[in-house]
Design a protein around this ligand. Structure first.
Ligand SMILES: Cc1cc2nc3c(=O)[nH]c(=O)nc-3n(C[C@H](O)[C@H](O)[C@H](O)COP(=O)(O)OP(=O)(O)OC[C@H]3O[C@@H](n4cnc5c(N)ncnc54)[C@H](O)[C@@H]3O)c2cc1C
Length: 376
């Protein structure tokens, strides 16, 4: 069957793109997905506290859209503004947070504030007072329900006529600088535009069209405690300089901390040693966790780009192959914005709502990637 647009991947990003395309009047949108993506594994954080203008603006656009999400799709996105609390242990870390606050203000987000050591402890009294010099907090940051956002966009897209196919895209046929046909395990679809929304598998899908997509998978492990009320459900996401962070979800605490990459790039097994370590680190930072045990754990994949910013734009050398990839662990919170901007690119030829030149795929070849700035 012919499609105007084929979207590869029905994670939260692909569903958002499909919905926004259909809403903008694109006919015959088909989404192909083989299942098992990252969206359902996301822990559900939302923040506008970023250190580059484009990421701040993506968050602000997403927030506007999340506030209208239930009216638009009929599904509650689960946005709860419990805040993000960044905790600095050194003067240098605090300075980085201050620098990021300046970027946020210049980009139109003035919700976050610098905190003194005492303010940090007031915001989250469960945090150990040792090694804290200050921090930042934003009351508009908080939590989302990733699978509900994916479901909301998917169901709204279906109501607008989008076709979702279960299957694997095996081939993208090129004719000159265009992709003219998508082959799945079930059918071949001539098409006008193809969108790569394949999350951590974006490079594989790019290769089908002879396009290099600089996105690699990165394992993220999560330890989940037994049910507990030692921390309140309203506790802000609390993040320390070594990347350890924790939140409460549905009466359990989720503990996360970066770990070295797995031996196999797509490995999502959990390292038992990592679980012991994250619990030890958690108990040192948040002493009430000594009263709680870890009940389960799981891992998923971030979709990392070299500068940890999304790629959003038509591929160089393949003018109808749109890349919406590499959100680098921020794909859920930015999916509402990315979907709208991608639909503008397909239907209007360019993004109108935001200047997204910082996300152009050619930036790596041009030697002008975005700065990789950690917040702490
Ligand atoms: C532990 C963890 C915690 C996270 N926490 C957060 C968070 O707090 N906030 C946040 O914003 N983000 C978070 N993320 C990141 C977030 O999950 C991703 O950024 C987001 O889900 C990416 O969405 P996506 O639609 O691009 O990819 P996915 O959800 O992975 O969807 C891509 C889909 O493409 C399909 N696909 C790939 N290749 C093919 C093919 N050839 N044919 C057919 N289908 C194909 C896959 O099967 C998959 O279903 C977290 C991720 C992890 C692992």
């Amino acid at each position: 069957m012919r499609a105007d647009v084929v979207v590869v991947g029905a994670g939260v990003v692909g569903c958002s793109i499909a919905y926004h395309l259909a809403k903008a009047g694109s006919c015959r949108v088909t989404v192909v997905d083989r299942g098992g993506g990252s969206t359902e594994r996301a822990t559900g954080g939302f923040r506008a506290q970023f250190a580059t203008p484009v990421n701040v603006r993506l968050s602000l656009l997403s927030l506007q859209k999340l506030l209208r999400f239930a009216d638009e799709t009929g599904i509650e996105p689960g946005y709860r503004p419990c805040g993000y609390l960044f905790v600095a242990s050194t003067a240098l870390q605090l300075q980085r947070l201050r620098d990021a606050l300046a970027v946020q203000r210049a980009a139109g987000s003035d919700a976050a504030r610098e905190l003194s050591r005492d303010d940090v402890l007031a915001r989250n009294p469960a945090v150990s007072p040792e090694d804290i010099v200050g921090g930042t907090f934003s009351p508009v940051d908080g939590f989302l329900r990733p699978s509900e956002i994916q479901r909301g966009y998917r169901e709204a897209a279906i109501r607008l006529g989008v076709r979702f196919l279960q299957g694997t895209v095996l081939g993208l046929k090129r004719l000159g600088n265009r992709v003219v046909e998508v082959t799945t395990d079930g059918e071949a679809m001539p098409c006008a535009t193809v969108v790569n929304a394949a999350g951590p598998w974006a490079a594989e899908v790019g290769r089908l069209a002879a396009v290099e997509v600089p996105v690699t998978p990165l394992r993220r492990q999560v330890a989940v405690t037994a049910p507990t009320d030692v921390l309140p459900e309203s506790m802000p996401m609390t993040i320390f300089a070594d990347g350890f962070h924790c939140r409460v979800r549905d009466g359990r605490v989720l503990l996360l901390r970066p770990s070295p990459p797995a031996m196999e790039p797509f490995d999502i097994s959990v390292d038992p040693h990592w679980v012991d370590t994250v619990l030890d680190v958690g108990r040192a930072r948040v002493p009430v966790l000594r009263e709680v045990s870890v009940a389960s754990s799981y891992a998923g994949l971030y979709e990392m780009s070299p500068d940890e910013h999304a790629l959003l734009g038509f591929a160089e050398g393949a003018e109808n192959f749109l890349l919406v990839n590499g959100a680098s662990g921020h794909g859920v919170m930015h999916a509402p914005a990315l979907g709208q901007l991608a639909a503008e690119m397909v239907t209007l030829g360019q993004a109108r709502t935001l200047d997204i030149s910082a996300l152009r795929p050619s930036r790596f070849r041009e030697g002008t990637p975005n700065p990789v700035r950690t917040l702490l």
